[in-house]
Each structure stands twice: as C-alpha cells, then as structure tokens.
Write a protein that binds this ligand. Structure first.
Ligand code: MG
Length: 270
C-alpha cells in the first residue's frame, strides 16, 4: 500500500489545512499523527501576502504547532530565487507588505515605479493596489531587460463559499507579460522551486514523499511533475475525474486521509 511507505508529507494550506481562520476537519489530528510516527511535515502556500514566520504563528494559534522552517511561503522563495540569479539586487516590488519584507530579508533594495529603469528585477505577488502606473513601470522594466519573477500564476483567489473570488497574481502577471513581451519565472506551485524546497526539507526523496492539496492544477500537477505521490483533497464530494491532473488518491478531507493512512500502516504490519 503506497500510503504506508511514505516518509514525508507536504501539505497545502488554503483549502487543505485551513479555510480562513479555521482548521479544516482532521487537520490537527492528521499532522499530529504523522509527527508522532516520526514523519516530517511541511506546509506549502502560493499565498503572496505572508512570510513563513507569520504563517507558522497562525498555524500555531489555530492548533497546529509550527515553526518558520516548517512552512514554505512563495514570497520567501521569491527573494531567494532573485538572489540566486542576481545576488542582492535592485527590485521593483509589486505586492503586499509580506513580499516587501521577504525581499528586504534577502538583501534586495526596493525601486519605486517611477524609477523602473534602475530595476534589475520585477517581483510580483498578488498586489491589491495594482494599477496602470505599476503595469507601465513593470512592463517597461522587463522589456528593458529586468528579470521578471512571480510568486504564482493562480488566476483567482477564492474569497467566499458562493464562488466569489479576487483576481489572482496570475491575472496581473499576464498583463505585465503581454505588455512587456516577457514570461515570468514562477517560484510557486505547480512550478519546480517550491517542490524542490519541500523535498530538501523532508529529506526523503520524491518517491517517498506526498503532496496533499485541493488544487488539481497546482498541487497535483506540480506534485506529479516533481515525482511525488499525490493526494487530492476534494471537499463536498467533488470527485469528478480530471484526466489531466488525476491524483494518486482522492480523499474528502484530512480526516479521511488519516483513516486511510492508519489502515495502510495496520495492513502493512500485520
Ligand atoms: Mg489550496
């Protein structure tokens, strides 16, 4: 049984572990049981607002004890990816406070939109104050040769139960990409950097690691590409097959995953 041989778990946050300010069913029990069995757990998010430390504090407050190193946040990866390519750089930041803080922590210097010509890189997260002035600055900068980085290409961010959403980072990235004629380097799921970081922290190799997430296009597609065992959380019985992004296992929530994992372990040892 594949579940029984897994040696590390990467868990998506939004829609898998939590929804807003509440943990989803089974989240605390599942993480607790995996840890009690000595299996490492890391949490992943494309969220471009918060750094790992803030997300770890929120997890802890909600009932899952976590430290910064247990969380991989897209904004932190962004700062590291720019540093890897350019060293400490002059960066035009488009995003919320967490993105700016992550860039500062990676020793980058912010460049204001009107000074776009000085930027060596454009760093895009979801930016609720995105406007024509920022679009002009970012597209001119990348057109002139600045490297273009984005946390993720998510089209929408769900904001409510009725299908309400805010436009995602991907929508802003496309505007810059079209005007600037340059595609972004993306650090978040389904792209490689976030999975590579997760595997480095789990220290178990892709074949023995699982990604657990609710988004077929990011969690499952990215996990498959990186060679992980993929578990899709499909709340509300949304089990319709999705041929392009079919997960190895589909569960309703982390409570069901925990039950299946326990069954698999029991079967393996009897
Ligand atoms: Mg999610």
């Amino acid at each position: 049984m594949p579940l029984a041989r897994l040696r590390g778990f990467a868990l998506d946050l939004d829609g898998t572990v939590w929804a807003g300010e509440r943990l989803l069913p089974g989240a605390a029990d599942c993480v607790g049981a995996l840890r009690a069995a000595g299996l490492p757990v890391v949490f992943l998010t494309n969220n471009s607002r918060d750094r790992a430390a803030a997300l770890a504090r929120r997890l802890t407050r909600l009932g899952i004890a976590a430290r910064s190193r247990d969380v991989i946040a897209a904004v932190d990866l962004l700062g590291a990816a720019i540093r890897q390519r350019l060293g400490p750089a002059r960066v035009l930041p488009l995003g919320a406070r967490g993105l700016r803080a992550a860039l500062a922590a990676a020793d980058h210097t912010p460049v204001a939109p009107e000074r776009w010509a000085e930027a060596q890189a454009v760093a895009l997260g979801n930016d609720p104050t995105f406007d024509y002035r920022k679009l002009r600055a970012a597209s001119r900068a990348v057109r002139a040769g600045a490297l273009f980085f984005a946390t993720n290409l998510d089209a929408r961010m769900p904001t409510g139960p009725e299908g309400d959403f805010d436009p995602g980072c991907g929508a802003l990235a496309e505007a810059i990409a079209v005007a600037g004629g340059v595609r972004p380097i993306v650090v978040g799921k389904p792209h490689g950097p976030m999975f590579e970081d997760a595997l480095a922290r789990l220290r178990c190799g892709a074949a023995k690691a699982a990604i657990v997430g609710d988004n077929p296009g990011t969690d499952i597609a990215g996990g498959r590409a990186a060679g992980l065992f993929t578990v899709r959380v499909a709340a509300g019985g949304a089990y319709e097959p999705d041929a392009a992004h079919e997960a190895d296992l589909v569960v309703r929530d982390l409570r069901e995953l925990l039950a299946r994992w326990r069954d698999a372990r029991g079967a393996g040892t009897s």
